[in-house]
Design a protein. Structure first.
Length: 679
């Protein structure tokens, strides 16, 4: 499965005179929620890109432009014809581009004109006017809406969720961003007569569908198909137009036209987690951050284009770049999707030759650094000059096979990875080194340099290196040194364990040299590895602080020592209690990071924002606090205060309409929400 490229169609615009134009791929979206709305609407042919390739979400729309949107949103674009170019309003002559849309919208009862026989096509459409049009699209009559306009229209639209995320000032000129959100919410509605609204836009639909790929090759050789998992089966569908890359990996409703081709996709709010697996057993999967996920052996797993059960393939998952865990509304894990096997092209391993099969003269498989590797046919002759016990360097091909073998004087590779509690090292390339740690000083969770010092003997050293360069996030450069496309970035708090992050997780424009603990470069001189100190907040575990004390034996048998301890309680349970000298308050909301020695590496307190409305949430991506959009952490913790239970954000929003959010950083700069509680 291809990795989702989140910036493919990021800046589609509502320039209504260019329906069908291609939406540029390289532009940044202003709002994640608006971005998704535009992606979905563009896939349905409702909106398209502006001529300058930008979205301009703050700009307003005219009444004529919104009429065109309304006609297309009800699936009546095919009713526009030359005969529609006639004059119904004195200021919308038949020669006007908008005449067919305004006329059709008027005839269908979606809009009305002014009392003087004009329509005001160039007037800005207000939020109340647009909401009323959308209510008409849903089949609500003026009588059903209520006699008091715009209050009744705004109230009904708000109660249906149509105004979620919008500025709800009735007389305010509707912005392009709000227009996209309003129509996006429309697609998920039930009409006044009880019909799913989206059925007007398709011939058939498949619910609970997972879009795995938008550019797949079917078994019969058909190209550019949509690969979909639904009803326990994998199916390739031809597409009327290619679905946006942003939707790949999402679950939702697949829309099909009369020819059975994909005509659109409506994503839902299914909760999923991306996990980089470092250890798998027959009953659990452990991520690089140390979090463990229990898995039923019968759970379906999508692996290399096939449906399997976890019990049949758990041992294959540890070699994957990531796995995505999908959860049902009940909170139960219902599906795992594994990425393609990690590409090992050019990976260089230096170590002692530990084993060969069937023999060293023409090996088909060798063991090096505790890793068993298949040998490509072209590499067997080169390996025949080495004997078990020799130190050598091998280079892998993309499939992870040995493609070439060298003496260490000819070629040598440096190996970096995360030290596990069992002594294994999860290398940055995706392989796991195993052996006996014979020398070195490092703790479990450290980012280390590992080398082979004998057969089954490893030396590890924690990474630390002064850096005089700052990281320019937008330029993707460390000083003047560019980052490689596949740079690995890790973060820790002081001496705490590392977690892997992405460059886009860093909300600041720059990271100072003081927060860069280590970097390494590849053969081309680009930065391939970065270790940061507390740059994003992801190295902490967040929840309710559990402050306590611990009494232990002192130096002599008669002595005891009492230390303060701190732990965190969240949806995963209660963490280990770490010894600390800090005075932290029991029950406060915050985050902690511990060390392998059982001491506190660091703690962070969060800023509280109360009385946050349900409508302030932009799906599961962000929330508006003091008129500033603040992203939610990927692993945001959500607590239902009334039930005393940890829950999902969607379940919490269904239960309550007011929330308290806890965030780190500064609003408008690097703020991120880590904990949400219902009020």
């Amino acid at each position: 499965m291809k990795q989702r490229i989140l910036a493919l169609l990021l800046a589609a615009g509502l320039c209504l005179g260019i329906i069908g134009a291609c939406i540029p791929a390289a532009l940044a979206a202003d709002e994640t929620g608006v971005e998704e709305a535009v992606e979905v609407l563009a896939g349905l042919g409702i909106v398209s890109g502006c001529s300058d390739g930008s979205y301009h979400p703050e700009d307003s729309l005219t009444r004529a432009q919104f009429c065109k949107l309304a006609v297309l949103a009800e699936g009546h674009g095919d009713k526009i014809n030359a005969g529609a170019y006639r004059t119904l309003f004195s200021d919308v002559p038949g020669s006007n581009w908008a005449a067919p849309y305004v006329n059709l919208a008027y005839e269908e009862g979606l809009v009305s004109g002014y009392g003087d026989g004009t329509f005001g096509p160039d007037d800005a459409v207000t939020t109340a006017q647009a909401a009323t049009i959308v209510l008409h699209l849903l089949g609500y009559t003026d009588d059903a809406i209520g006699p008091f306009w715009p209050e009744d229209a705004m109230s009904l639209a708000d109660s249906l969720g149509l105004l979620d995320g919008l500025d709800k000032t009735a007389a305010r000129a509707l912005s392009r961003g709000d227009a996209a959100l309003l129509l996006y919410h429309l697609l998920d509605q039930t009409t006044a007569d009880g019909r799913d609204y989206y059925t007007a836009l398709c011939s058939s639909a498949i619910k609970n569908a997972l879009l795995l790929d938008n550019d797949s090759e079917a078994s019969d050789g058909t190209l550019n198909t949509a690969l979909v998992y639904a009803d326990n089966a994998l199916t390739c569908y031809e597409q009327a137009d290619c679905l946006p890359e942003l939707l790949v990996g999402r679950k939702g409703t697949l829309l099909l036209d009369s020819a059975g081709k994909v005509s659109g996709f409506l994503p839902d709010d299914t909760v999923c987690r991306q996990v980089v697996p470092v250890k798998t057993t027959s009953s659990a999967l452990t991520g690089v951050d140390g979090a463990e996920y229990s898995v039923n052996s019968a759970l379906p797993v999508l692996l290399d284009g096939e449906k399997k059960t976890y019990g049949d393939c758990w041992y294959d998952l540890a070699g994957r770049a990531r796995t995505t865990l999908y959860y049902a509304s009940s909170g139960n894990l219902e599906l795992i999707v594994a990425s393609e096997a990690v590409a090992y092209e050019g990976v260089t391993l230096t170590g002692y030759y530990e084993n060969a099969a069937p023999n060293t003269g023409s090996p088909t498989r060798i063991t090096l650094l505790g890793i068993t590797l298949d040998v490509a046919n072209t590499a067997r002759a080169g390996l025949s000059r080495f004997a078990v016990g020799d130190r050598l360097t091998v280079v892998l091909n993309g499939a992870g096979e040995v493609a070439a073998a060298h003496t260490t004087s000819e070629k040598k590779g440096e190996l970096y990875g995360v030290l596990g509690s069992d002594g294994s090292v999860a290398l940055t390339c995706g392989l796991t080194v195993k052996g006996t740690i014979a020398s070195g000083s490092a703790q479990a969770g450290d980012l280390v340099k590992v080398s082979s010092i004998g057969v089954n003997q490893l030396s590890v050293s924690a990474l630390s290196k002064s850096c005089r360069y700052s990281l320019n996030v937008s330029a993707a450069a460390l000083g003047s040194i560019p980052l490689s496309d596949d740079v690995k970035i890790y973060e820790r708090v002081s001496a705490g364990p590392v977690v892997e992050i992405g460059l886009d997780d860093i909300l600041s424009d720059t990271v100072s040299s003081a927060r860069i603990d280590f970097y390494a470069t590849d053969d081309e001189g680009r930065v391939c590895l970065l270790l940061l100190d507390d740059a994003t907040g992801y190295a902490y575990t967040y929840g309710f602080l559990v402050a306590d004390t611990k009494t232990s034996a002192g130096i002599s048998s008669d002595d005891t020592v009492t230390n303060k301890t701190i732990a965190v309680k969240n949806s995963a349970g209660t963490t280990q209690a770490y010894i600390t000298g800090l005075s932290l308050k029991n029950g406060d909301v915050g985050g902690i990071a511990g060390t392998a020695k059982g001491t506190l590496a660091g703690a962070v307190t969060l800023t509280k924002a109360r009385n946050i409305a349900r409508s302030a949430f932009d799906g599961g991506d962000a929330v508006v606090v003091d008129e500033i959009r603040v992203p939610l952490a990927d692993n945001v913790q959500v607590y239902n205060t009334a039930t005393g239970q940890w829950t999902t954000l969607e379940a919490a929003k269904s239960y309550a309409d007011r929330f308290t959010v806890y965030y780190s950083g500064a609003l408008g700069a690097n703020a991120r929400v880590w904990v949400i509680c219902t009020e």
